[in-house]
Design a protein around this ligand. Structure first.
Ligand code: ARG
Length: 267
């Protein structure tokens, strides 16, 4: 009898421990909370820093710069922590807050309902559309002119999604003429070389290339997609999200966001 009770006790303890261990898992967050970030003294920010004028590495000053960099610098300053920019490709940026690679991500990221299934976003801080960038000598002037042409995009961007939905799925552009590069400089290089006829990307980036005298490009068409950029945050990291929303609201109210946009030619 005592032996039986003893066995049941042991079995009960082991089972209880196992249940406890599985129940404990959902509490272990894959992200750092606001308190943990403040305690660590730094915020790690993922960004694809090949996207001027929002996030770009300046090889002369050896600094990251641009609209988004100034926004996250202000966020870090207000939180009283160091800013660490972690450069990575855009598809990795999108996954960085879930994978715990970064505390937040800033990368001209459009807030979409698809992305909101897996991550959270701050309130919007900028509105953009898509643009078709071509060589000055190109005969492309309308969306219709893109039929049968070779088009380059950056993979995983809303530009890539737009081209896929409106030109590839509709049969106007073949799959093999739809070229998805890992980063925008590769797409730009192939436009320059004439390997592709057009690049589709966000308006501020296309305008920036069109203004750059090192290239001979123009914006052929603006596609109104009404996109809003947001700071990406891990789903459920609410205190951090609210803190960032407060700082963005402050930057809108005190005119500093507008001043940054003017400085980088985006207002
Ligand atoms: N706004 C677009 C998107 O969210 C493109 C952003 C690309 N950003 C970058 N740094 N490459 O898909």
């Amino acid at each position: 009898m005592y032996a039986l009770v003893a066995i049941m006790l042991v079995v009960g303890l082991v089972a209880g421990y196992a249940i406890g261990a599985t129940l404990a898992k959902p509490d272990q967050k894959s992200y750092a909370t606001l308190d943990q970030i403040l305690e660590s003294g730094k915020i790690v920010v993922a960004s694809d820093t090949t996207w001027a004028p929002f996030e770009i590495y300046n090889a002369t000053t050896h600094q990251y710069e641009g609209v988004d960099i100034e926004i996250v610098q202000r966020i870090a300053d207000e939180l009283g922590v160091q800013l660490e920019i972690k450069p990575m490709l855009f598809d990795a940026v999108l996954a960085s807050t879930q994978s715990g690679q970064a505390d937040i991500a800033i990368s001209s990221i459009t807030i979409t309902s698809e992305r909101q299934k897996t991550v959270d976003f701050s309130d919007p801080y900028y509105s953009a559309n898509q643009a078709v960038l071509v060589k000055k000598t190109s005969d492309i002037n309308t969306i219709g002119d893109l039929t049968g042409k070779k088009i380059a995009v950056q993979v995983a961007t809303t530009g890539a999604i737009w081209v896929d939905e409106h030109l590839v799925q509709t049969g106007n552009v073949s799959q093999s003429n739809f070229i998805q590069y890992q980063d925008i400089p590769s797409a730009i290089a192939s436009l320059e070389q004439g390997t592709v006829d057009a690049v589709v990307c966000d308006t501020p980036v296309a305008i920036n290339y069109a203004r750059n005298a090192d290239y001979s490009f123009r914006v052929a068409v603006t596609i109104i997609t009404n996109e809003d950029y947001g700071v990406e945050i891990a789903q459920g990291n609410l205190a951090l999200k609210y803190a960032i929303n407060n700082i963005i609201a402050e930057m809108k109210a005190d005119g500093s966001l507008h001043a940054i946009l003017v400085k980088w030619g985006c207002a």
